[in-house]
Design a binder for this molecule. Structure first.
Ligand code: B12
Length: 196
């Protein structure tokens, strides 16, 4: 009888995780380069913690989780762990949830970003997102931890890995760029996703 109860309990705990897996996009931005999914890879994941596990499986990406008083904490991804004022944080749909990565239930269409960040007196860095705009043009938006658009300086557009364009305001219209991805960087901001 006790064994059956334990089995039932285990099943109850296991089922929601699988049942609530959502179809989401995941990207991992490291300290010096993109570690996984520049164009954002679609995975099935129930939480941001699950999303980094899926990225790790698909990209053979090293990550490490430690147990803290707040719960499971990602203390390293790829080569770098944290210091007193830097470490690994995540956003869902461009905003930083105020709880651990195992506590956020993802829903279909969410975009999960894990990134290495240096924190100063004003908080963490904004994160950049590039979207395709009208007529072959692109827009870049920087988001703060609350998911609110914020201004950035030094915005630079990258066309593939060789061409860069700086000093532009408004949409970026690169012209023909077959096979080359468009992305953006800015001073003190986390680099953007890449868009075809
Ligand atoms: C410094 C800090 C960070 C640093 C840690 C740098 C480092 N040294 O590795 C950075 C900026 C990386 C960070 C990240 C995050 N943090 Co933080 N962080 C803090 C802060 C300000 C101090 C923690 C500390 O140093 N304690 C002193 C040391 C001696 O104790 P410790 O137990 O060893 O501390 C470790 C853990 O706290 C761990 N840690 C830090 N943050 C978090 C968050 C979670 C959910 C977990 C499980 C562990 C954890 O890192 C510390 C150093 O190794 C606290 C606020 C506070 N006053 O406690 C928030 C705080 C713990 N963080 C918080 C949050 C939400 C996060 C993030 C989930 C934010 C995000 N959306 O990404 C991430 C964690 C994601 C992950 N990697 O799994 C919340 C947790 C709320 C909750 N109830 O779950 C707190 C309480 C801030 C707040 N009020 O919102 N954090």
């Amino acid at each position: 009888m006790a064994k059956r109860l334990i089995l039932l309990l285990v099943l109850c705990l296991a089922v929601p995780t699988t049942a609530f897996a959502a179809t989401v996009k995941v990207r991992v931005e490291g300290k010096t380069k993109t570690l996984f999914g520049p164009t954002e890879v679609t995975v099935q994941a129930s939480t941001p913690m699950d999303a980094i596990e899926q990225a790790s499986i698909l990209g053979e990406l090293y990550y490490h989780v430690t147990t803290t008083s707040f719960g499971p904490y990602v203390d390293q991804v790829g080569r770098y762990g944290g210091t007193a004022s830097s470490g690994w944080v995540f956003k869902v749909d461009d905003a930083s949830p105020p709880v651990g990565a195992d506590k956020v239930q993802l829903k279909d269409g969410d975009r999960v970003l894990w990134y290495y960040a240096d924190f100063g007196p004003t908080g963490g860095p904004p994160t950049l997102r590039v979207t395709a705009a009208k007529k072959g043009c692109y827009a870049a938006t920087a988001y703060d931890d609350n998911g609110k658009p914020v201004p950035v300086t030094g915005l630079t557009w990258h066309v593939g890995s060789k061409k860069t364009v700086s000093g532009m305001t408004g949409a970026f219209c690169p012209g023909k760029h077959t096979g080359l991805l468009i992305r953006a960087t800015a001073t003190g901001a986390v680099r953007s996703n890449a868009v075809a």
